[in-house]
Design a protein around this ligand. Structure first.
Ligand code: FES
Ligand SMILES: [Fe+2]
Length: 423
């Protein structure tokens, strides 16, 4: 091709029907985007399409999400068994907020800010600046100027501050973050004034004989910071259509991508629930008219054929995802770190009846064996999807019926954004 022909081809490409609708960085104004979102999410499933790529890649839209959604709604950040005794704590960074979950001398579990009330050091850090993932303490001792706090966050001692006559220690407690416990999960809401209830009652009904209060975290694998924003990860975790491709050689045989009992949104705008029955090819027998899923541990007691016949998936939007199975349950902890990144921790839980000797190394190894390759496949595809959100040709497609949860997340997003900044 000559130089002229080459130029001509480039020019033609710009007017071709597949030409980019916009160049990245040239995003639509946010009000326009919000209007598009509102219109798009009011359509029925038969006309559903993916969200505009801008909602995944535009830092300004992410800021809006943080402000109106992520800091306004509830997130599971720990399990009660992770802080079993007085003084036991774990640290969690949520949306830029350094938090500590701690069991007090009164046995109550609290979630506190780790930001020292003196000059903002981390009260759990050591002198090298390292923040421990967990530990046991009698009090918080800030490494900077040695202010100390009780386990309930109240200020115990501010070194030599009595020389300031107006200094009132009662004004300098570590702030407590609003929290609630549901079936062993510790949920927090960063908005002290929130009017959104945690609202997990429909999940109690959906889970039926499962009571996750009787389950314990056996292992927590930290996948570190991964290249995908929170939405591609949550979408991927909720729909099973991708088993056909991403999990073709792992999950597809046991949990085929086209057979999930996709929910209808009846559990409300903040929740998505779905049952994934085991395939006939992988089933191990039948009970109460349901195929029974294979297990690598004895099934939790009291489960009938329906509950032993597959996986029950629950999402409490925006990003708490867990799945209950008869042998292992999984909690996918998604912690957004930027518009295009998140930190992922994969928790695996077993019923207490399977832990007569506590949590052994063998059990911890077993707990991640099955899920590890599957998560690697998900993280790989999520990373590629996120990268392509910056392409000028990322201009949408259509959703399959099995992708109803993706539409449901879109509707949640539109609902939360419409609540406005003072919601
Ligand atoms: S910053 Fe914590 S004691 Fe000074
Ligand atoms: Fe997956």
């Amino acid at each position: 091709m000559s130089e002229n022909e080459c130029q001509e081809a480039r020019f033609s490409a710009a007017t071709h029907p597949c030409a980019p609708a916009s160049s990245r960085g040239d995003w639509a104004p946010l009000p326009q985007l919000m209007e598009r979102l509102r219109e798009q999410t009011s359509r029925p499933l038969e006309q559903a399409t993916p969200l505009p790529a801008q909602t995944y890649a535009d830092p300004a839209f992410y800021e809006l999400e943080v402000d109106r959604i992520l800091r306004k709604d509830w997130h599971a950040i720990a399990r009660v068994e992770q802080v079993p005794g007085r003084g036991d704590f774990i640290t969690v960074d949520l949306l830029g907020e350094p938090l500590v979950v701690v069991r007090g001398t009164d046995e109550a579990v609290r979630v506190l800010s780790r930001v020292c009330r003196h000059r903002y050091a981390d009260v759990t850090a050591d002198r090298s600046g390292m923040v421990p993932a967990c530990g046991t303490i009698e009090r918080f001792e800030c490494p900077y100027h040695m202010w100390t706090y009780r386990l309930d966050g109240s200020l115990l001692n501010a070194v030599d501050m009595q020389r300031r006559s107006e200094f009132d220690p009662a004004l300098y407690s570590l702030p407590e973050v609003r929290s609630e416990i549901w079936q062993g999960f510790i949920f927090v809401n960063l908005d002290a004034e929130t009017t959104i209830p945690l609202g997990m009652e429909p999940v109690d009904h959906f889970l039926g004989q499962y009571d996750l209060s009787d389950w314990r975290v056996v292992s927590s694998k930290d996948w570190g910071e991964l290249d995908a924003g929170w939405k591609p990860v949550v979408e991927n975790a909720m729909e099973f259509y991708h088993h056909l491709g991403a999990h073709q050689h792992t999950l597809e045989e046991m949990l085929p991508g086209l057979t999930a009992e996709v929910g209808d949104g009846a559990a409300g705008v903040h929740l998505y629930t779905c049952r994934m029955p085991v395939s006939a090819a992988a089933a191990e027998g039948e009970e109460d008219g349901h195929l029974i899923a294979p297990v690598s541990l004895p099934p939790a007691p009291g489960l009938d054929g329906y509950h032993r016949g597959g996986t029950l998936l629950v999402t409490r939007f925006p990003m708490t995802v867990f799945a209950a199975r008869a042998d292992w349950s999984t909690w996918l902890q998604v912690l957004p770190t930027s518009v295009g990144t998140h930190r992922l921790i994969m928790h695996r839980l077993a019923h207490i009846s399977n832990l007569p000797e506590g949590i052994t190394e063998e059990l911890a190894d077993l707990s991640q064996q099955y899920i590890d390759p599957v998560q690697a496949e998900d993280s790989a595809v999520n990373g590629r999807v996120q990268a392509n959100m910056s392409s000028a040709w990322a201009t949408g497609g259509v959703l399959h019926d099995q992708e109803f949860p993706v539409l449901h997340l879109q509707r949640y997003l539109a609902f939360m954004l419409s609540r406005g900044s003072d919601g």
